[in-house]
Design a protein around this ligand. Structure first.
Ligand code: SF4
Length: 98
């Protein structure tokens, strides 16, 4: 295995910086009692692991580490399970290249 292949996604994500817009989450999960299949899938597909299941069995989001990839938007916005917007200008992920 080459050294290149050994780099983990989590290590790459750690290089990013985030400016959190406190109190103005750019993605919201629709209140629910039982999560839909779309919501459940977000527990596995989000590369930044923003989605978690709480002790009541509902899916919650913490947007602080969101890389704005749009995966959850494609999966769960059409069904109305989430509301997705870009963060306000100057907030959100700050990608570091190189
Ligand atoms: S946009 Fe991407 S990184 Fe952000 S919460 Fe959705 S799936 Fe996760």
């Amino acid at each position: 295995m080459s050294a290149e292949a050994a780099v983990r996604v989590e290590d790459k994500l750690y290089l990013n910086r985030y400016l959190v817009d406190a109190g103005r989450a750019h993605i919201k999960v629709r209140p629910h009692t039982t999560p839909s299949p779309q919501l459940l899938s977000l527990l596995n597909v989000c590369p930044a692991h923003c989605y978690e299941m709480n002790s009541a069995g509902q899916v919650e989001i913490t947007t602080d580490g969101c890389v704005e990839c749009g995966t959850c938007r494609i999966i769960a916005e059409p069904s109305g399970d989430i509301e997705w917007n870009y963060p306000r200008g100057g907030y959100g992920v700050l990608f570091k290249f190189g």
